[in-house]
Design a protein around this ligand. Sequence first.
Ligand code: SAM
Length: 231
Amino acid sequence: MEQLLRDGLSTLGLPEDGIPALLRYAELLVEKNKVMNLTAITEPADIAALHFLDSAALLALADLRGKTVVDVGTGAGFPGMPLRILEPSIQLTLLDSLNKRIGFLKEVCDDLGLTDVNCVHGRAEEFAAAHRESFDIVTSRAVATLPLLAELCLPLVKEGGYFLSMKAVDSDEELRAAAHAIRVLGGAVEKAVDYAIPGTEIRHRLVFIKKVQKSPEKYPRAFAKIKKNPL
Ligand code: SAM
């Protein structure tokens, strides 16, 4: 795994300093995954590519230095934790609605000495009540379809900030379906960039949604409403 990370980070133009922490994180992930459902990806080469380098690609595509970032639906910490390990100036909040996953992430932070990472158990639509328009950047990967995600994530973004949504390259239709929700919530799709995960044939997409004006106060609604009646 170490060589894959070394090669992959070099392809992305990122420094290698974070590799020891990523290796330790992988160990903790595989160990905890034996007793808790954290990830279906457990082979070292797959963890390196599909979790670490896929997350790291964001640093090559967006300038996250010194930014406040919340990773919504972070699960076992992706993309948020690799972002923070590789770019220590990020002020990171990890948010997930499953407490056992947040418990795992706290253990990882303790183990790696990441004392300033905020691990929060909660639902994005409830977290927004106290944290709306508060973050420079919101990230999410594999949490929901974009029309729903826009309502969960955009209210958290400051004006001028970005919601960076990690999607599949065949997400054109999903993007079209989300256009109305994004506009209503004060966002605008700036660009969608397809990228290759280094060392693989896999291509993913990062959608840059800029917050151009405040989200109306009535959003986000309760999740049942968002799901039943997406914007
Ligand atoms: N982002 C991680 C990744 O790509 O490996 C985890 C993806 S996992 C499929 C989706 C995660 O989103 C789960 O851990 C789930 O608990 C969380 N989640 C779903 N809806 C959420 C919500 N409304 N607020 C916060 N977390 C949510």
